[in-house]
Design a protein around this ligand. Sequence first.
Ligand SMILES: [Fe+2]
Length: 549
Amino acid sequence: MRVLGVNAIFHDPSAALVVDGRIVAAAEEERFSRRKHGKRPVAFSAWELPELAMHWCLKQAGLRPEELDAVAYSFDPALTKPADDLGLSDPWDHLRVTYAQNAPNFIATALPGLDRDAVRFVAHHVAHAASAALASPHRKSAVLVLDGRGERASHLAGRYTNGRLEILASQELPQSLGLLYESLTEHLGFLRSSDEYKVMALASYGQPRFLEELRELIRADGNGGFVAEPPDWSRWAPPRIDDGSWGGDHADLACSIQHRLEEVLVELAGWLYEQTGERVLTMAGGTALNCVANSRIWRETPFEEVWVQPAAGDAGTSLGAALQISADHNEPASMMPSAALGRSWSDDELAGWLRAAGVPFSTPDDLAGEVADKLAADGVIAWFDGRSEFGPRALGYRSLLAHPGRAENLERLNDVKGREQFRPVAPMVLLEHAADIFTGGPIPSPYMLFVHDVKPEWRQRIPAAVHVDGTARIQTVDPATQPRLGSTIEQFYRRTGLPVVINTSLNTAGRPMVDDPRDALELFGSAPVDLLVLGPHLVRRGGLFSAAT
Ligand SMILES: [Fe+2]
């Protein structure tokens, strides 16, 4: 069965293709359109489809639209209620519903040849849940979904057994931990439905001074649901203007809400464990991108294993919707092999891009050694290798890499990208060394979805990788699955004694992650990066600019 998944309804539009239960392709529209997050998260943009991502998915599999058995759309308008009945103040919400009802026509127009009756609606939170449970390595798990909103709820707690979902609890709107966090994001001067991770970063600079008051307002209800309506944030701190400063009451407020969110999530996950007794918890929904909360769930609940969908935000619902339709037709889902589900080019094609750009390059026998030399000499590396990542985290396919041993490299990488200085960068660590350096979170941790404590004896050795509170959001790298990156870090380790490099996404502020070779060359030309790795090829900054003179 050939199923194309489509997410278009709220934000982060994306497409994914599942063939006979196997994930063939998944990508966000922003990587093609070069517009961060694809579109604005407003009701009147709900008609816009991820057309470029949809067409690419079909091309990747060599399929024509009429060869699809189904298109799975990750929102079911039949489940909605009027915004007023949901306690939401969005005068345009009815447009969202109307557009969703008409999505089969929009999709059939975007994919000429497709029968509009092939379009199936999948409930938004079921799509999130499937993106976690069905893409994970586990056939059976408890599943927890929390986001801003779906059709009428903001949460789902349940259990998947061999592709079948049993829903145990869901929380109706307007109660929503995701909308609560989004509302604070806006109050703190950041972009709502986009910059929530900045609140998480800011939180570690504050003290939880307002925690007691927030415990009154935001709480689990003991039956799997919760109470969480956005309070008047001005009670604790005035609206923040994003002028580049951070700290004071704003950081304390971010810290307080972050703490409270963690406590409530731990309680909800604990309730789900009591109901199911499952060994494994799988999670998705935008809230599951909160790495600090994920680690607390891992540490403080009885679940032995916690698996989080790397594209936990709405982008992942295209994949989940497609997996769910396949599962409904008794096609067992194959686990997601990695997050590298996007575009890639052959070595020859990459060389062709470089020749077309008139860029001098080399294809060294010992690429790992040459890159490690440059990293050890404190160079910044633009790293482009293999299929691009699905989800918001750079995982060694489109990454910027640097030496973790120099504290100033945090500031330097943030400057390369032109972004706020309170934003941490993350360590990539060789899997076999991870437990020597990091503690307090799961290992392996291949998707940068958990926060670990850096052991005290390592904090001074890798200062650029350590957040202000002594933690790090790690990615473990297994050379067996990422050979080029793995051997580069191994070579760096031989030179420096550090089995760690620092990693941030390959983009500059406000732009989506680099996806194609042209994006990589444009970044390399506009940012102070020393070396560009394009598959097996190397471009040196000096070589590039001396050639131009
Ligand atoms: Fe969602």
